[in-house]
Write a protein of this length. Structure first.
Length: 153
């Protein structure tokens, strides 16, 4: 008995992973001027709004209380979120091209740990609600290092 993939080439999954559309012709013009593959999502905002939020549908706490899933609709105003989501997006752009275990690796090693950290009730979105950006977190306190401690010899 042949096992068939539930995803046919024209399915949404393959379109996202392979970066193809129905109108694509078979050609090798997907390289950028620097020789790397062309990005599927042109920027972080499009990655989050067109892809990520649809793949992470969760019952978020609308009042920002300490529930299982906390999210801020102004995610882009959180330095940690932007940094983590940028890394997640870049990992997706690279691993989508791996026809083997790329997407599995992305979910296991990148997406789930990143989203767990962001959704965490005491994470960067603590204090925010779905309608109000009100972060409760502050940058970690530091004491300046002694002068010359990190200087090159």
């Amino acid at each position: 008995m042949d096992m068939q993939s539930p995803f046919q080439p024209e399915d949404e999954f393959d379109r996202l992973v392979q970066g193809t559309t129905e109108d694509d012709e078979a050609d090798d013009s997907t390289d950028t001027p620097d020789g790397g593959p062309e990005l599927f999502f042109p920027n972080l905002e499009v990655f989050v709004t067109d892809f990520l939020i649809h793949h992470y549908a969760r019952p978020v706490d609308p009042m920002g209380h300490e529930k299982e899933f906390t999210w801020c609709s102004s995610w882009w105003a959180h330095t940690e979120a932007v940094s983590r989501l940028s890394a997640l997006w870049r990992a997706w752009e690279t691993l989508r091209l791996d026809g083997g275990t790329g997407m599995s690796d992305w979910w296991r090693n990148h997406a789930d740990p990143t989203m767990r950290a962001l959704f965490y009730s005491k994470g960067p979105f603590k204090g925010c609600t779905l309608t109000a950006h009100a972060p409760a977190s502050k940058p970690l306190p530091v004491v300046p290092a002694p002068e010359g401690l990190f200087s090159s010899p």
